[in-house]
Design a protein around this ligand. Structure first.
Ligand code: DMJ
Length: 655
C-alpha cells in the first residue's frame, strides 16, 4: 500500500531502477534499526523485550554471604583524596536543588543554591553511575528476616527522592543486625542482655502510658514533660528511641513510634530550640532510623528539620549561635554564654548529621556549612594547641580561655575522629585536627593523681582545675576508637590512656554509696574521683561511662568492662527504677537518694543502647560500618564507591 503512493514505483518493486532499489533498501534498514531501538524504551516487564534483549545488568544481584568482605574492603584503593574526588552526581535538576535551598532560608541561602554544581539530568549520568556493588551478607534468622522484609518493602523512594537506599544497603560490609541479632552464646551474657531489654520495655511502656507525645516521662508525678529545649518539638523520647527499639527487636513498639512520627511529629513549631539538642536527638534520631530501616518517612522528616536549621548559619563567620527559632529562623546566643559567644561543643557537633543530610538530599549546602565551621576552627590560632569553649560568631575569635573535654567542649573532639571514621578514613583534615588536639590535651590537661588515677583536668587560661565531669567520661571510648589510626608507635599508648580514663570513670562510680557516678568529681582537697560539692553529687541517667565500657569491650574484649556494665545495671535497678519508669537521683553518695522525677530521653537513646550493645556480640551494628553520633544514633560510614552524591567530596578543605 505504502509503495503505491510513491510515484513511478510498482508495488512489486520488480521494475525499479538500481538507484531506486538502493534508496528502498536504505529506507528498509532504517526502519528495522528504529524498531529495534524502540525495544530499549519498553518497560523491563515487557515480554517482547526479554525475548530480544538479555537481562538488564542493573537488576539487584542475589543476596549471598561473603565472609571475606572486611579484608577485601580494607584493600580498596585509598590513595586518592576523598575531598578532591569527583563522583558522578545522580540525576537531579539544579532547579530542584535550588528550590530546597531557597525555601529553607533567606538571601544568603539563595546565593548558596546558585553555587550548586550538581549536573543536569541527562542520559549520560545514568551510564556514569557506579556499577552496583553486590550485597555482602546473608540474612537468615527470623527477626532479621522480618526486619529485612519491612526494609525491602519500603526502600523505593515514595516521595520521588533520588537517594538510592538499595545501593546504600548493598555497600554495607556486614549485616546491620549481625547473623543472629547480636545474640551472645554465653547464657549469663544473654540473660544480662535480656535484662537491658526489659529495662527498655519498662521505660517505653511507662512513657507510652503517662507521657505519650511529650518529650520526657516524669515517672513520679506520672505525667509528661515538654520543656523548652526543643523549640516546641514534641516526642523527643520517641525519636530518640527509634533505633534502640529497632536493634532490640521490639518491632511492635517500633511501629508505634514510627506511626507517631508519621502522623504527629509536627515540624511547624515556632519555639526557641537548642540547635545542638535538636540536631543530635531529632536529626540524628531520624537519619539513623532511616538508614536502619529504609522507611522514607524518617528521611522526609529529617530533611524537613534540616531545612529549618539552615538559617542558623547566617552569621558573619558562618559559626552558628546556640538558639534558633524554628519558625522564623532567627537565632541568638545563650544568655549565659559570655559576650554573645557560641559554644564549641554545640557548633562543633553538627558535622556527622549535616554531611548525611547532604548525602540523602544531594544538597551540598549542608556539608558546606559544617565544612566552613571546620575551616574556621582549623585556621584560628589556638592557645597551646587547645580549643577554648567560647568563640564569637561575629569576629571568629575566642572569647575566653576555658578548655574542657567535658561539658562545653566534649563532642567537638568526638566529632573530629568520628568524621574521619565516617568518611571511610578519607577526611584528612578531621584526622589531623583530632590527633593534634589530642596531643595538646595530653600535654596540657592529662594528669595522674597521687593514687595513680589518670584524669583529664580543665584549663582556665593556663590554670588547671582538677575536676572531671561525668560528660568527660565519653573520652575513654573516643580515645579507644581513635587509637588504630594515629601514629603506629602511639597506638599502644592511646589504648592505655583510653583504658586508664575508663578505669578512673569506673572509680568515680565505685566510690559512691549507690555505685552510680556523680555529675563531676575532683582530684583535690584530699580526694580522688569524688564529688566535693553538693551541687555535683547528682546522677541524671547519663550514658558516658557505660558508653566507654561498650567501646572498650569491643576493642579489647576484657571481661571487666562487662562486669562494670553489670554493676551499673544493678545500681540503676536499685536506685533509679521507680514504679513508673526510671528517674535520676540527686545524691549518689547516699543509699536513700531523692529522685529528680525525670526519665531523660538519652536514657533510652544512649544508656540502654550502649548497655545492650555491651552484652551483645560485636556484629550487632558493627563498627566497620557504623559511627554513633553523640546521642548514640548510628550513622553509616560513607564509602566512596557508595556515595550517592559525592557532594561532600567536592568541598574544599582549607589546610
Ligand atoms: C546527651 O544528650 C549526649 O550524649 C550529649 O553529647 C551530652 N549530653 C547527653 C547525655 O549526657
Amino acid at each position: 500500500m505504502f509503495f503505491r503512493k510513491l510515484p513511478g514505483v510498482s508495488a512489486s518493486g520488480m521494475g525499479l531502477r538500481l538507484s531506486q532499489k538502493f534508496i528502498f533498501l536504505l529506507f528498509l534498514s532504517g526502519l528495522v534499526t528504529l524498531c529495534f531501538g524502540a525495544l530499549f524504551f519498553l518497560p523491563d516487564s515487557a515480554r517482547i523485550k526479554r525475548f530480544f534483549l538479555p537481562r538488564a545488568e542493573s537488576q539487584t544481584p542475589a543476596v549471598e554471604p561473603d565472609t571475606t568482605a572486611k579484608q577485601d574492603s580494607k584493600k580498596s584503593d585509598k590513595s586518592h583524596d576523598h575531598f578532591k574526588e569527583i563522583i558522578p552526581a545522580k540525576a537531579v535538576t539544579s532547579a530542584k536543588i535550588k528550590a530546597i535551598s531557597q525555601k529553607s532560608s533567606p538571601t544568603s541561602e539563595k546565593k548558596d543554591a546558585e553555587k550548586v554544581t550538581v549536573k543536569k539530568q541527562d542520559n549520560q549520568n545514568e551510564s556514569k553511575r557506579p556499577t552496583p556493588v553486590k550485597p555482602r551478607f546473608a540474612v537468615n534468622k527470623p527477626v532479621e528476616q522480618e526486619m529485612e522484609r519491612r526494609t525491602v518493602s519500603s526502600k523505593k523512594g515514595k516521595h520521588g527522592s533520588p537517594f538510592d537506599y538499595e545501593k546504600f544497603r548493598q555497600c554495607l560490609q556486614k549485616p546491620i543486625l549481625g547473623v543472629e541479632n547480636g545474640q551472645p552464646s554465653d547464657p549469663q551474657t544473654r540473660e544480662r542482655r535480656e535484662k537491658v531489654k526489659e529495662m527498655m520495655k519498662f521505660s517505653w511502656d511507662n512513657y507510652k502510658t503517662y507521657a505519650w507525645g511529650k518529650n520526657e516521662l516524669q515517672p513520679l508525678t506520672r505525667n509528661g514533660h515538654v520543656g523548652n529545649m526543643f523549640g516546641g518539638l514534641r516526642g523527643a523520647s520517641i525519636v530518640d528511641s527509634l533505633d534502640t527499639l529497632y536493634i532490640m527487636g521490639m518491632l511492635e513498639e517500633f511501629e508505634e513510634a514510627k506511626s507517631w512520627v508519621e502522623k504527629e511529629l509536627d515540624m511547624n513549631s515556632n519555639g526557641e530550640a537548642s540547635l545542638f539538642e535538636v540536631n543530635i536527638r531529632y536529626v540524628g534520631g531520624l537519619l539513623s532510623a532511616y538508614y536502619l530501616t529504609g522507611e522514607e518517612v524518617f528521611k522526609k522528616k529529617a530533611i524537613e528539620l534540616g531545612e529549618k536549621l539552615l538559617p542558623v548559619f547566617n552569621t558573619p563567620t558562618g559559626i552558628p549561635r546556640g538558639v534558633i527559632n524554628l519558625g522564623s529562623g532567627t537565632s541568638w546566643s545563650w544568655g549565659w554564654a559570655s559576650a554573645g559567644s557560641s559554644i564549641l561543643a554545640e557548633f562543633g557537633t553538627l558535622h556527622l548529621e549535616f554531611v548525611h543530610l547532604t548525602e540523602v538530599t544531594g544538597n551540598p549546602t549542608y556539608s558546606e556549612k559544617v565544612m566552613n565551621i571546620r575551616n574556621v576552627l582549623n585556621k584560628i590560632e589556638k592557645p597551646h594547641g587547645l580549643y577554648p569553649n567560647f568563640l564569637s560568631p561575629v569576629t571568629g575569635n575566642w572569647v575566653q580561655h576555658h578548655v574542657s573535654i567535658g561539658g562545653l567542649g566534649d563532642s567537638f573532639y568526638e566529632y573530629l575522629i568520628k568524621s574521619y571514621l565516617m568518611s571511610d578514613k578519607r577526611d584528612e583534615q578531621a584526622k589531623k585536627m583530632y590527633y593534634d588536639a589530642l596531643e595538646a590535651i595530653e600535654t596540657n590537661l592529662v594528669q595522674k593523681s597521687p593514687g595513680g588515677l589518670t584524669y583529664i583536668a580543665e584549663w582556665r587560661g593556663g590554670v588547671l582545675d582538677h575536676k572531671m565531669g561525668h560528660l568527660a567520661c565519653f573520652s575513654g571510648g573516643m580515645i579507644g576508637i581513635g587509637a588504630d589510626d594515629g601514629e603506629p608507635e602511639q597506638r599502644k599508648h592511646h589504648m592505655d590512656l583510653a583504658a586508664e580514663i575508663t578505669h578512673t570513670c569506673h572509680e568515680s562510680y565505685a566510690r559512691t554509696a549507690t555505685k552510680l557516678g556523680p555529675e563531676a568529681f575532683r582530684f583535690d582537697s584530699g580526694v580522688e574521683a569524688t564529688a566535693t560539692r553538693m551541687s555535683d553529687r547528682y546522677y541524671i541517667l547519663r550514658p558516658e561511662v557505660v558508653e566507654s565500657y561498650m567501646y572498650m569491650w569491643r576493642l579489647t574484649h576484657d571481661p571487666k568492662y562487662r562486669e562494670w556494665g553489670w554493676e551499673a545495671i544493678q545500681a540503676l535497678e536499685k536506685y533509679c527504677r521507680v514504679d513508673k519508669g526510671f528517674t535520676g537521683i540527686r545524691d549518689v553518695y547516699t543509699t536513700s537518694p531523692s529522685p529528680d522525677n525525670m526519665q531523660q530521653s538519652f536514657f533510652l537513646a544512649e544508656t540502654l543502647k550502649y548497655l545492650y550493645l555491651l552484652f551483645s556480640d560485636d556484629d550487632l551494628l558493627p563498627l566497620d560500618d557504623w559511627v554513633f553520633n553523640t546521642e548514640a544514633h548510628p550513622l553509616p560510614v560513607i564509602r566512596t564507591e557508595c556515595m550517592q552524591w559525592g557532594e561532600a567530596g567536592k568541598i574544599q578543605q582549607q589546610q
